[in-house]
Design a binder for this molecule. Structure first.
Ligand SMILES: [Zn+2]
Length: 218
């Protein structure tokens, strides 16, 4: 334990307990979630977006704790390994530059860096958010899709790579991931998998998340 840890002991991002940034009990409380597909592309999530994991994602994003990517990413890495998903490189959903500047970091980029490091794949930063989009909370699925249309563009070398894994922190309706994937496809690339730390269970108005043999997510 370092000097700063004595002055400011770390608190668990899930339960606020003192001692560690993410405690064993909170880690064990994460409910695994079955792989799904989003627009025919595999969607792998580390866990359900509720309980300790939901609180930890909130702390990670809004509490100025970018280092939590290292503590929280193992559940996603485990889900990737369990799903035996193959991909060539790792990209991430970008924030608009103004939002990134205000937050100081992009949580999706931090998670993607962990995924890249642990899977031995290169991390690519070719996706850009070209249009600031209002908050998605409270919008219906068609409203979200309209809100996100043309929000992303591929700024890297063209054609964009094949077999990209696209990382985000949370998937609620999938509209953000779909919009980012569309930008990759428009640049000639392809997405092999969507990788998110947590997936919400709320059904979108128009279901886009489907499990094999089922019309929509449970
Ligand atoms: Zn905890």
């Amino acid at each position: 334990m370092g000097f700063l840890d004595l002055l400011f002991p770390p608190r668990c991002a899930g339960c606020r307990g003192y001692g560690v940034a993410w405690c064993t009990a909170c880690g064990r409380s994460v409910e695994p979630i079955a792989p799904a597909t989003l627009d025919t592309i595999p969607l792998i999530a580390g866990g359900r977006f509720d309980g300790a994991l939901q609180r930890a994602v909130h702390t990670f994003k809004y509490g100025g704790r970018p280092g939590l990517a290292r503590e929280l990413s193992p559940v996603l890495i485990a889900a990737i390994e369990a799903a035996e998903i193959g991909f060539q490189a790792v990209a991430y959903v970008p924030l608009h530059p103004e939002r990134r500047k205000a937050r100081g970091f992009n949580q999706a980029e931090r998670l993607a860096a962990q995924v890249a490091r642990r899977t031995g794949r290169p991390l690519l930063d070719g996706l850009a958010r070209v249009r600031a989009t209002p908050a998605q909370v409270g919008l219906s699925q068609p409203e979200r899709q309209a809100n996100l249309a043309r929000a992303f563009t591929w700024t890297g070398a063209r054609p964009a790579p094949q077999g990209l894994a696209l990382v985000d922190d949370v998937c609620t309706t999938g509209a953000t991931l779909e919009a980012a994937a569309a930008a990759v496809r428009q640049a000639g690339g392809s997405i092999a998998a969507f990788l998110v730390l947590a997936r919400a269970q709320t059904l979108p108005t128009v279901p886009v998340v489907t499990l094999p043999g089922q019309p929509a997510c449970p």
